[in-house]
Every structure is written in C-alpha cells, then in structure tokens.
Design a protein. Structure first.
Length: 116
C-alpha cells in the first residue's frame, strides 16, 4: 500500500509540472507581463495544476505518515523521471543523451535505496 501511495503522489505532482508548462506555453503569446499573468491565472491548465499539487501533497502526507522519511524521500526523484518521459512523449521535447543517462542513474539509485 505504501508504494501505491508513492505512485499516486508522484503521478499527481508530476502531472502538475506538465500542466504548468502547458499553461506557460499558452500564455506566452501575450506581450506584457500583466497580460501574461492574467492569462496564466485564467488558464484551466493552471487550475488543474494547482489541484494536482494539492492532491499529490495529500497523498505524499499519507506516505510520510506510513513510512520513514529517509526511505520515502528518495522516491521523489522518480518525479524527475516521470516529467522527463512526459516531456519527451507528450510535449515532444528533445531529450539529450546526458539527460537519459541521468534518468538511468536516478533509477539505479532508487532501486538501491529501496532495498534497504
């Protein structure tokens, strides 16, 4: 059950990052900072991102209630992996070989930490 909560927390927290990027992309077409901020505030992506952060945080608090923080915290690094994958396959961003190498290192590190 602990790992299900971690997956849910990471999924919602990572989703919020993608939604924030979408909101920023949609709003950047405006010229002035005031228009940019207004467009961001009115964006449905921004509001879904806020909801995702809140839900992800609630799941994360449930994780921290059930697990030692020293064991749970390293799993947050998997958020980097999820955001990178979503950036590549959903946002169609180019990911350099160095970033892919970093993802592999993160996954190896999490695998080692989860065994302890």
């Amino acid at each position: 059950m602990d790992y299900v909560l971690i997956v849910l927390a990471l999924s919602f927290l990572s989703l919020s990052q993608i939604l924030q990027k979408l909101a920023a992309n949609n709003a950047s077409k405006q010229q002035s900072n005031l228009h940019f901020l207004r467009r961001i505030a009115a964006s449905k992506e921004t509001w879904w991102a806020v909801i995702s952060i809140i839900v992800g945080t609630l799941f994360w608090l449930a994780v921290l209630y059930r697990m030692e923080v020293s064991k749970a915290f390293p799993f947050l690094s998997l958020g980097t992996v999820l955001v990178l994958l979503a950036s590549r396959y959903y946002l169609r961003e180019t990911i350099s070989p160095t970033r892919w190498t970093g993802v592999v290192i993160i996954i190896i590190g999490i695998a080692l930490l989860s065994r302890s």
